[in-house]
Design a binder for this molecule. Structure first.
Ligand code: F6P
Length: 358
């Protein structure tokens, strides 16, 4: 009987998850492991144990497929984080149930593909005696412990494509178009998407903005003869002295969103210009991964199996200096990487006439 590795995808989905699963299965087979996939994130670990054997046949042709073939959730019994910097404890009976299922299925190590919240859970499972290896994923690219996460490049590509389209309709109607993008508390998607899509104004959480300044930039563009203006606003952006826009605030948990409409309204008020808002939402999370994301995801999957094979439990795969390495999960969690407001990327944007509304 072959030894078994478990694998699950947890938290919000992102392009590249299936490419990681494919990398895991193919690399595991070479090293003599059998792979068991658990359904719907950590929930699959609960009795009766929602699982499937992943072999060459099950992963055939999934590289280009968005989402995750084994399902995911960012809710449920294992949530160990309800907001930035907040940690809750996964109940001991839930962890004990998961441990029992893993033992019954002869799974000796678990590869957890997830974001910061999932890594907080992974660390708790590791501390409870379950051998865990983490694989970081998020379209937000906001984890300090890895220079890049897969999914980010695909999300930025969606924003860039949207901006290419919105420029032409905005210019034709001499309108201002406000595009709200994801990213949670980090402005990376807005910044990269905005620069690559030729945005005129980018609003990010790390640089609080001023509505009057934004109005003045748009009026100056009008005076200079520009027909349209495209504003990219990150969902976590907020005006100076103001709050982030949130939906569904419940028990410390909330979803960011809604700032695009507010910004559009304030721009119309200040400039008298016809202004429209377009929220890209989950379009940024779906669809096939880009070349870069497919390669990074494959490298992460293969590395996770190597770490398992070598017994480096409690580690998370990480991309550093063009190499895939590993760091302790315990050191990787709760460390967000935000856009440095005076960093090179922001300066580059300013140098190509992009305003941050500050
Ligand atoms: O972390 C990824 C992300 O897409 C964020 O950018 C966004 O704030 C959040 O997840 C949306 O989550 P949900 O899919 O639960 O609406």
């Amino acid at each position: 009987m072959k030894p078994r590795i478990g694998v699950l995808t947890s938290g919000g989905d992102c392009p590249g998850l299936n490419a990681v699963l494919r990398g895991v299965v193919l690399a595991a087979e070479k090293l003599g492991w059998e792979v068991v996939g658990f359904g719907d994130g950590f929930e699959g670990l609960l009795p009766p144990g929602d699982h499937v054997i992943l072999d060459r046949t099950s992963i055939n042709g999934i590289m280009a497929l968005g989402g995750t073939i084994i399902g995911t959730t960012n809710r449920g019994h294992f949530v160990a984080k309800v907001g930035a910097g907040q940690r809750t404890v996964v109940p001991a009976n839930i962890i004990a149930d998961a441990k029992k299922i893993l033992e019954e299925l002869r799974v000796t190590a678990l590869i957890i593909i997830g974001g910061d919240g999932s890594m907080v859970t992974a660390q708790q499972l590791q501390e409870a005696g379950i051998n865990c290896i983490g694989v970081p994923k998020t379209i937000d690219n906001d984890l300090e412990a890895t220079a890049m996460t897969f999914g980010f490049d695909s999300a930025v590509g969606v924003v860039m494509d949207a901006l290419d389209r919105l420029h032409t309709t905005g210019t034709s109607h001499k309108r201002v178009i406000v595009v709200e993008v994801m990213g949670r508390h980090a402005g990376w998607i807005a910044l990269h998407g905005g620069i690559s899509g030729g945005a005129n104004i980018i609003l990010i959480p790390e640089i609080p903005f001023d509505y009057d300044k934004i109005g003045a930039v748009i009026k100056a563009r009008d005076a200079a003869g520009y027909l349209g203006t495209v504003v990219v606003v990150a969902e976590g952006a907020r005006p100076r002295g103001g709050q982030q826009a949130k939906h569904d605030v419940e028990g410390g948990e909330f979803r960011l969103g809604g700032i695009g409409e507010i910004v559009a309204r304030e721009i119309a008020k200040r400039t008298g210009k016809e202004t429209r808002c377009c929220v890209l939402g989950h379009l940024q999370r779906g669809g096939p991964p880009t070349t870069w994301d497919r390669i990074l995801a494959t490298r992460f999957g293969v590395k996770a199996v190597q770490l398992t094979n070598e017994g480096h439990f409690g580690s998370m795969v990480s991309y550093q200096n063009y190499q895939v390495r590993h760091v302790p999960i315990a050191e990787a969690v709760n460390r967000l990487r935000l856009v440095p407001p005076n960093g090179e990327m922001v300066q580059t944007a300013r140098d190509v006439d992009i305003s941050f509304g500050d």
